[in-house]
Write a protein that binds this ligand. Structure first.
Ligand code: SF4
Ligand code: SF4
Length: 150
């Protein structure tokens, strides 16, 4: 099978966000069947002065080779996927992720992350979130450039 070349990632329009956090609640439903948001959401919207910033996995996949049991894979549709049945809950990927996008909740031992399902996009009444298709190579390039530059 050919390796996936593109992946859908979340794009955030801070000027449209009112901080209502319906996206976080929707994501909690996906992962934990609750609308708590916060630590049970893979997306976090954080106050940044007078505006907001989004904090979520962009499927760059730097973690893929570091899981000791191979629980992290890139799926056919390009997304980085954590296989709960294989994961042993060592938390290595949580500590490793340079943008802290691998999340941990007290509710269970395995971490969780964005799966690009779009539930948060549909939940936002203001259109502040969008799933856009990008080239996986481009995401990686930006990351490596930033790491070198900083
Ligand atoms: S927490 Fe699970 S997915 Fe993450 S590195 Fe450990 S075994 Fe792999
Ligand atoms: S796309 Fe799905 S998994 Fe990703 S942050 Fe939105 S609701 Fe959560």
């Amino acid at each position: 099978m050919d390796k996936p070349k593109t992946v859908k990632v979340l794009k955030f329009y801070p000027e449209k966000c009112d901080g209502g956090l319906l996206c976080e609640k929707a994501c909690s439903q996906v992962h934990f069947k609750t609308d708590e948001g916060g630590e049970k959401s893979a997306i976090r919207i954080l106050k940044d002065g007078k505006t907001y910033k989004m904090h979520v996995c962009d499927h760059r996949g730097l973690c893929l080779d570091m899981c000791p049991v191979g629980a992290l894979k890139r799926r056919k549709n390009g997304i980085v996927w954590l296989d709960k049945d294989t994961c042993i809950g060592c938390q290595a990927c949580v500590g490793f992720c340079p943008i802290s996008a691998m999340r941990k909740s007290e509710a269970r031992i395995e971490p969780f992350k964005c799966i690009s399902c779009g539930a948060c996009v549909r939940a936002c009444p203001n259109g502040a979130l969008e799933l856009v298709e990008v080239k996986i190579d481009d995401v990686k390039e930006v990351v490596y450039h930033k790491q070198g530059a900083e």
